[in-house]
Design a protein around this ligand. Sequence first.
Ligand SMILES: [Zn+2]
Length: 68
Amino acid sequence: MSGTAETFRCMACGHEYQEGVESGEDKERSCPKCRSNSIRHMKAKAPPAKAVPPGAREPQTPRSDNDG
Ligand SMILES: [Zn+2]
C-alpha cells in the first residue's frame, strides 16, 4: 500500500482536490490551482445523509467474486 487519497481544500481559492498521502506524513502542500500554501486537510467523513428512511434498505445483491 502506498498511502491513500485524501481530500484537501485551498483556503485561498476554495479549490478542492485529492492527493495521495502517506500514513503519518505532514509535508507542506500547495494549491495546484493558485499555488497558495493555505491548504486544509478535509476529514474523510460519510456523505450527507440522504432522504432514505431507516429500514428502507436495498435488497442484498449477489456478489460476483469473479469480477476483477
Ligand atoms: Zn487555491
